[in-house]
Design a protein around this ligand. Structure first.
Ligand code: PLP
Length: 577
């Protein structure tokens, strides 16, 4: 592998050390600058580079690329650059309003390479290919003025199919334009299926035997699944494929192959993605086990569990990372050391409090620009405790649950001199959640104490997510058990020494349920009772050093390997090569 002079590791030996650590001598032969690991995603959440995602899928993509950069792994991430992004604010009536804001790739250091064409609906669509390089990695983005916003329109609609076709067929041409051949194609969810189809089509139209081309494409394609239920996934009609997909295929055999995959006139992308990818992964142990997928012959699909990790240096305060390294819990690649579990036992409450105070000052700084629902600028003192619930407002995450008994919530906040911060995006058009949020805010505003101690911060984004993780004390993660694929915000919280109050789901369930303040119950009523008890315990733990140390150490001992993005990339490389 050719190494560039500008890389983030100290010297070449470090990289070799990493590769030997993951015990794959052939890795350097499999991956090179012009045969990189390619990562395909319809969503990237990377605000400093001008691309704002919707949630965890995009965060994972950005973290994966950054970790690859730190490890000097050659990677090309292919994604759309959406010329518009949505921001949210609260209207007078307590309902969320979406604003669409134009964004230009030129303002974020992307360079125009050239254009490529795809055929859609009898028209030729010209797509710009823009690129930004980061040492061993790059973002290759395709864009055009009418590309629209992320997830705009119906998931089975023409525009969504257009975006997916543009990413797949346009992105595959973009790779060739910059002289890259994919060593591996990782498909981050089925919206990127067309990239693998474009490859199959190219192999066959270049003269490879059709069946050989299918085998070859399958062997080099990894489908990463984040969705639990296959039936919930988008499907398209034959007519839509005739207008958007078939015109982009050169090979008649590939066209026939795809035509055979229709059932009752519709095609489900998950079914064909399973057909085209022999390698398949789920994003946590529990998710990989329970994802219920069948291939077209009706056989159950197995997923390899590769739990999502996070780019620790990005999400965790530098002072905290430094501290983990000093006590020998993390090595220089942010991989937990072989004796990290013993080393985290040396953490003491004074250190936790000191680090948390640095984080709190950072949170206060970020909040200066983010007033709450009353237009008030928040500033929390050293004697005040902060609870947060920060994640997308979707039904299964249950943001309203702590407001079931507002008197109870009030008592907890009063007992611990605490504030509660609520933040999260509502998916555009999700009327049910818009109303649920309005109801929660009505309850809050009708009580004098709650209206000054529960704060809703609009337009949840990466910056606020990080600030809350570093600066708050207790974070609440209460998805309906079985519905969270992995979740990564809880990982940011554990890494930043927040006490985690959570149901046993997603990546949290990779480890045992006594590793954190677990919310459980046979029904929702019991879970609510358990949640209030755990919230109270978490508040009390911050009031005495013994319990604080106990929970922080217990959480880190269980989850440091889980949350390490380096561990995740290592797992992917182990699986792929
Ligand atoms: C980390 C993060 C997410 C992922 O959240 P989960 O609900 O835990 O998957 C979503 N949005 C933003 C802005 C984040 O920073």
């Amino acid at each position: 592998m050719i190494l560039k002079s500008r890389h983030r590791l100290d010297d070449i030996e470090d990289v070799e050390e990493f590769y030997s650590a993951i015990n794959r001598d052939n890795l350097t032969k499999s991956l090179s600058e012009d045969r990189p690991y390619t990562y395909w995603t319809i969503e990237l959440y990377d605000q400093v580079n001008g691309i704002r995602g919707g949630g965890g899928l995009g965060i994972l993509a950005a973290d994966t690329r950054r970790v690859a950069e730190q490890m000097n792994v050659p990677m090309a991430l292919i994604t759309p650059f959406y010329p518009h992004e949505s921001h949210q604010r609260l209207g007078e009536d307590g309902r969320v309003i979406n604003d669409s804001i134009p964004v230009n790739y030129k303002d974020f250091g992307f360079e125009l390479i050239d254009t490529v064409n795809i055929k859609c609906n009898k028209d030729i669509v010209e797509l710009s290919v823009v690129e930004k390089q980061f040492n061993s990695t790059r973002i290759l983005a395709i864009t055009e003025p009418n590309f629209g916003e992320l997830y705009s329109g119906d998931s089975c609609g023409d525009h969504r199919l257009y975006q997916e076709v543009a990413l797949g067929f346009g992105g595959y041409q973009a790779l060739k334009l910059v002289g890259l051949k994919p060593a591996i194609m990782q498909l981050n969810e089925v919206a990127t299926f067309f990239a693998a189809l474009a490859r199959l089509d190219e192999l066959v139209s270049n003269g490879m035997d059709f069946y050989e081309a299918v085998v070859y494409t399958r062997k080099h394609t990894l489908y990463t699944n984040h969705t639990l239920v296959q039936a919930a996934e988008a499907s398209f009609s034959f007519d839509q494929f005739e207008r958007y997909v078939f015109p982009n295929l050169k090979s008649k055999a590939v066209r026939k192959w795809i035509c055979d995959k229709f059932e009752d006139g519709r095609i489900r992308l998950s079914s064909v993605t399973i057909e085209i990818a022999e390698l398949r992964s789920g994003v946590s142990k529990l998710h990989a086990r329970v994802a219920n997928y069948r291939d077209l012959s009706g056989n159950k699909v197995r997923f390899k569990a590769v739990t999502n990790g996070i780019d620790m240096p990005y999400w965790i305060m530098p002072e905290t990372i430094q501290y983990y390294k000093e006590i020998g819990a993390l090595d220089k690649f942010c991989l937990p050391t072989s004796n990290y579990a013993d080393n985290v036992k040396t953490i003491d409450a004074a250190q936790i409090r000191e680090l948390k105070w640095i984080g709190r000052e950072f949170l206060n700084k970020v909040l200066e620009e983010r007033p709450d629902q009353n237009g008030k600028i928040l500033h929390f003192g050293e004697d005040e405790l902060v609870y947060d619930f920060k994640r997308r407002f979707v039904d299964y995450k249950r943001p309203w649950l702590p407001f079931t008994d507002t008197e109870r919530l009030k008592r907890i906040l009063q007992n611990h001199n605490a504030h509660y911060i609520l933040s999260g995006r509502v998916h555009a058009g999700d009327e049910r959640m818009v109303n649920k949020l309005r109801e929660v805010l009505e309850k809050v505003q009708s009580d004098e104490y709650l209206s000054t101690h529960v704060h809703y911060i609009a337009d949840y984004d990466e910056k606020l997510a990080r600030a809350l993780s570093v600066g708050s004390n207790v974070s609440i993660n209460i998805p309906i058990v079985g519905l969270e694929a992995c979740g990564t915000s809880w990982e940011k919280d554990v890494g930043n020494m927040c006490l985690l109050v959570s149901t046993h789901d997603g990546g949290v369930a990779d480890e045992s349920n006594d590793s954190y303040l677990c919310v459980s119950g046979a029904n929702e009523e019991e879970e609510i009772e358990s949640m209030y008890q755990r919230m109270d315990e978490a508040g009390a733990a911050w009031e005495n050093n013994f319990d604080l140390e106990f929970w922080v150490k217990t959480q880190l001992e269980a989850y440091l390997p889980v949350i390490s993005g380096t561990r995740m990339l290592k797992d992917y490389l182990d699986y792929l090569f």
